[in-house]
Design a protein around this ligand. Structure first.
Ligand code: ADP
Ligand code: MG
Length: 786
């Protein structure tokens, strides 16, 4: 029995999906697999788990599982459902599990998790016997793990349903292409029924720009100002591509339309100010909502240079020739600028933001303000923001591309798909008719936008995926019922890497004819590697480390290193976000005018000081990996040493050396998790985290470099001793030759080995920015080379 609060009952009753409860539950009862597609905000994620619960699917100790491709969604949706069902949070009846943390307990009845977590569970319990129903949410996002889960479940469900405790599969997606699931005969023998939830979607008029400006950030700013000055009440939702852009625009808008206090509680706000200036704020490690933030008023203005805006231009925008394509119902074309407009309540929304700050978009808007949410793609379908009437769409999306063979990654800002642009527009029509302003022309939309985004599996290297699948006993990858199969070359490259790492071997017994030659099977080393929630390369390092004589210490070092390497962009450099730290020192402004390379070099020098303080040349040889050990060690020590957890110190440390605070916190969590996993697999080792871990001595450093090499077998480069001359006569200095690429590559200027230039190096990452750069580099010995 669920006893919901009155207020929740009211808001639930307004959701379109509520009237479909009977239909949905009947279909689930009569079918093993169903698809629910529905407009974003219709209530799929929050309500379907509750329908199942109330229909008894969580009885007899069974669990209802819900997978999300994004961690943020798993956490915030579990919290929301718990609240709606009016359960005590401590009961953990509705819980979440993500890679680093979770709230599950034996009481858990509804479990939200990332798709990767469920895939790991399949490994231990292939039939997922704990679950009575699995909901695969946001299937349209086509994340790799979601795709694989759907493929696996298409086989698991029929097996389970021959047994006593059956399993239901519910695939949920926004109203995007579902044909990849329904028209795929290899996936489902019988076409699963598809229920379409019709949302009360109000009409949205779409207005294209006449011109497509390069600087969409500036254009977004202009458009928001115009909407705010001229158009009636209603929230504005803006789609940009990344965290830094979001912060820049937030700051700019906050400065243009400052918040005002309409409540006249002068005393109260004075109180708040005092607290802040005394520096008395309490700071909580896992959440920097309470920390001084770069987008708070006092920091505003530092991003001025980013937005190349001519003040005149903004202020005189009514003299502008109209910049939208003519359309009858565009209110901006007939409206006039109103004086004395309201203040704007600007909120950022991106995945890296703490859950608490994210949930601000659901809270009450301060009196007399207009809501303006500046978001990344996350607001497209995963989170539904209320009160939106205007959408401003940059049309852009940030996509990570990998070279299928070399694994070189690049971030590119591209046009999103038509389907996704239409989703974004739809966000304006949830509560009343709305308007969507597209910052690009209809010609660009028609000619340059792809119809749909490509499934992630078609873009990513698949070595971890192949290892997981082999561990599940799926030998013939090409026979697996993928919704979209991965690229054959990528699969081949992954298999040969895994063979090189010793995780797979060619199955000689099964070579009957030439065609079978390629069949590989998992080795015992591969089985251990697959049990770690990390890339197989790191899995190899860990497994080998556990076999060393001095394994406890070596394992501690390698775990620490891997934790740091597994978290993206732990060390800032000139190419990545300057604003990524929650606090920015006053030199932030100065930094932004410099070349990225100069910033990188500055970081490199700073970081050399950390390592320079250590004795012995072995520290230098370990390079960036030593830096990781020292940085993570220092943070651990801070925590241990100060009586109250003194996060200010850690923040200061991060700022000083250009370390992303949130990344280091994540790395600490992963470190704990890896220690626990190692203890489960090798109970005799009994590993702990030593907060006073000393930097490795010479012998250990040598061993560590060899271990790193064992995982990075193909990521080796040799320095060119001569200066290369380009075709145009220009000189190329300090170039390296890698095993994978013909063209010259370089040590990234933020690396501590940037000046050192060892003869042979091993690198963890290669990225392409202005050049091909190696990142996370250590030196290796000639004689270790394969
Ligand atoms: P769907 O999954 O179909 O996109 P959801 O179930 O996520 O829809 O959302 C249903 C409704 O619940 C939306 O109107 C959304 O604004 C609201 N909602 C979701 N999370 C919260 C929250 N934390 N606080 C308040 N309202 C929320
Ligand atoms: Mg949803």
């Amino acid at each position: 029995h669920v006893d919901r609060k009155e207020q929740i009952k009211v808001s639930r009753s307004k959701l379109p999906i509520i009237s479909e409860e009977l239909t949905i539950m009947e279909k689930i009862y009569n079918n093993d697999i169903i698809i629910i597609s529905g407009e974003t905000g219709s209530g799929k994620t929050t309500q379907v788990p509750q329908f199942l619960y109330e229909a008894g699917y969580a009885e007899n100790g069974m669990i209802i599982g819900v997978t999300e491709p994004r961690r943020v969604a798993a956490i915030s949706m579990s919290k929301r459902v718990n609240e709606e069902m009016n359960f005590e949070e401590s009961e953990s009846k509705v819980s979440y599990q993500i890679r680093y943390e979770g709230t599950t307990s034996p009481n858990t009845r509804i479990k939200f998790m990332t798709d990767g977590v469920l895939l790991k569970e399949v490994q231990n319990d292939f039939l997922l016997t704990k679950y009575s129903a699995i909901i695969i949410d946001e299937a349209h996002e086509r994340s790799v793990f979601t795709d694989i889960l759907i493929g696996l479940l298409s086989r698991i469900v029929p097996v389970r349903n021959k047994r006593e405790n059956p399993l239901k599969l519910i695939i949920m997606s926004a109203t995007l292409r579902v044909e990849d699931f329904t028209d795929n005969r290899r996936l489902f023998k019988e076409i699963p029924p598809c229920i379409k939830v019709d949302a009360r979607q109000f009409p949205v008029s779409v207005h294209f720009n006449k011109h497509t400006y390069q600087d969409y950030l500036a254009e977004a700013y202009r458009k928001i100002c115009k909407i705010h000055r001229r158009l009636p009440d209603g929230g504005i939702l803006v789609f940009l591509t990344g965290q830094q852009e979001v912060n820049v625009l937030c700051n700019k808008l906050k400065k243009t339309f400052p918040k005002r206090d309409f409540t006249n509680h002068q005393l109260k706000s004075d109180d708040n100010n005092k607290k802040e200036s005394n520096g008395e704020q309490k700071i909580n490690l896992d959440d920097y909502s309470t920390m001084p933030l770069i987008d708070e008023e006092n920091e505003v203005g530092q991003d001025e240079t980013e937005l190349n805006l001519d003040k005149e231009d903004i202020m005189s925008d009514d003299d502008d020739e109209e910049d939208e394509e003519p359309s009858e119902d565009n209110p901006l074309r007939s409206s006039v600028k109103t004086e004395g407009y309201k203040p704007l309540y600007v909120l950022p929304l991106y995945a890296m933001l703490s859950t608490e700050r994210q949930s601000k978009v659901f809270e009450q808007i301060p009196e007399g303000h207009r809501l303006c949410v500046i978001a990344t793609n996350i607001a497209e379908t995963s989170l539904t923001i209320p009160h939106i009437k205007y959408v401003v769409d940059s049309g852009k999306i940030k996509v990570k591309f990998y070279d299928k063979i070399t694994g070189v990654s690049t971030f590119k800002i591209c046009w999103t798909s038509k389907a996704s642009a239409d989703q974004r527009a739809g966000r304006a029509g949830r509560t009343s008719p709305g308007h969507c302003y597209r910052l690009y022309s209809s010609a660009v939309y028609n000619d340059e936008f792809p119809k749909f985004m490509e499934a992630e599996i078609a873009r990513k290297p698949v070595e971890d995926l192949i290892l997981q699948m082999k561990d599940l006993g799926i030998d013939r990858i090409q026979n697996f019922p993928f919704p979209t199969p991965p690229d054959q070359n990528a699969v081949k490259a992954a298999e040969s890497l895994l063979v090189q790492l010793g995780a797979l071997e060619y199955d000689k017994a099964r070579i009957k004819n030439k065609k079978d030659e390629q069949i590989t099977k998992i080795t015992s080393l591969g089985k251990i590697m697959a049990s770690f929630p990390i890339n197989p390369r790191y899995g190899k390092m860990l497994t080998l480390a556990s076999q060393q004589e001095d394994n406890k210490l070596i394992l501690s070092y390698i775990i620490c290193m891997i934790s740091g390497l597994s978290v993206p962009e732990l060390f800032l450099d000139g190419d990545t976000t300057i604003n990524a730290n929650p606090t920015t020192t006053s030199n932030g402004t100065e930094d932004q005018n410099k070349e990225p390379e100069k910033i990188s070099v500055k970081y490199s020098q700073l970081r050399q000081q950390i390592i320079g303080g250590l004795t012995g040349s072995h520290s230098a040889l370990l390079g960036d990996l030593m830096l990781l050990l020292v940085a993570l060690g220092a943070v651990e020590y801070q925590q241990f040493n100060s009586q109250k957890s003194n996060d200010q110190e850690i923040l200061k440390f991060c700022e000083q050396y250009g370390i992303r605070y949130k990344a280091i916190i994540e790395a600490r969590k992963l470190r704990k998790q890896l220690v626990n996993t190692v203890n489960l697999i090798f109970p005799q080792i009994d590993l702990t985290i030593d907060p006073q871990m000393k930097p490795p001595n010479e012998e250990h450093a040598k061993l560590l470099r060899q271990l790193v090499l064992s995982g990075m077998v193909d990521r080796i480069a040799k320095r060119h001793d001569e200066i290369l001359i380009k075709q145009d006569g220009k000189e190329i200095k300090n170039a390296y030759q890698s095993l994978l690429l013909a063209e010259p590559i370089f040590i990234h200027p933020s690396s501590v080995l940037f000046k050192e230039l060892p003869a042979f190096v091993c690198y963890v990452d290669m990225v392409e920015t202005s050049k091909m750069y190696m990142k996370s580099v250590c030196a290796i010995e000639n004689e270790w080379l394969p």
